[in-house]
Design a protein around this ligand. Sequence first.
Ligand SMILES: [Zn+2]
Length: 252
Amino acid sequence: MDTNEKQDLTPEQRRRRMALKKRKQRELQRRRRKKRIIIGAAAAACVLILAFTIFQVIRLVGSGSELISAKGDTFVIALDPGHGGEDTGMTGGEAVEKDVDLKICSKLEIMLESQGYQVIMTRTDDTRLSKEERAALANESGADLLVSVHCNYAENDAEKSGAVSCYQDKDKKSQALAENIQAMLIEESQAADGGTEAGNYTILSSTQMPAVLIQPGYLSSVEEAARLADDSYQNDVAKGIAYGILASLDRG
Ligand SMILES: [Zn+2]
């Protein structure tokens, strides 16, 4: 009798079975979604925990009159990812400069905010801004310092690689900021050390606060372009820049 029952289900029984099956599928999908969300949250938490250790490590480093003070209750840090929109910047293999610049700055934003600092981004998405608009945004925000991120490109030298940090000409605080960032960036990313130099860029000359322009690598180098497009390498670069910034702040 039992076997017959299984074979000859009434329409009502069949409907119930179908409903049960669908419920199970929905439950499975829900669990999968939940798992994905948990994995994503865990990855974000790892970045934050890493960033949190920055605070302890760097307390020892900064010194002297070249430290940057906060105008308000907390430090306001302007981040300026280069290019955007139809202005893609340079490209190397898979790496497009505007995307690399934005990803590094977005990671930096999370790290600095986890330290309780306020971050102003000149752009948070794929939009185009003029250099003057970027400088105006930073100036109007009352930021205590500005870090602009670009990639380098050597037209006739595919072998050239490494990080370079540029600073506002004749400004000691900008220079110290660039030197701290360069040292930490090299340590974290293991990129070749291209040194620091005064930079002739609008974003440096038009901003009314210590300002630096960081180029963590060359997109003209096939190997370095591949590294710059890599998420974990971008994390290392962001961490290096964050350490350098924290070493430059007068945190009392
Ligand atoms: Zn650029």
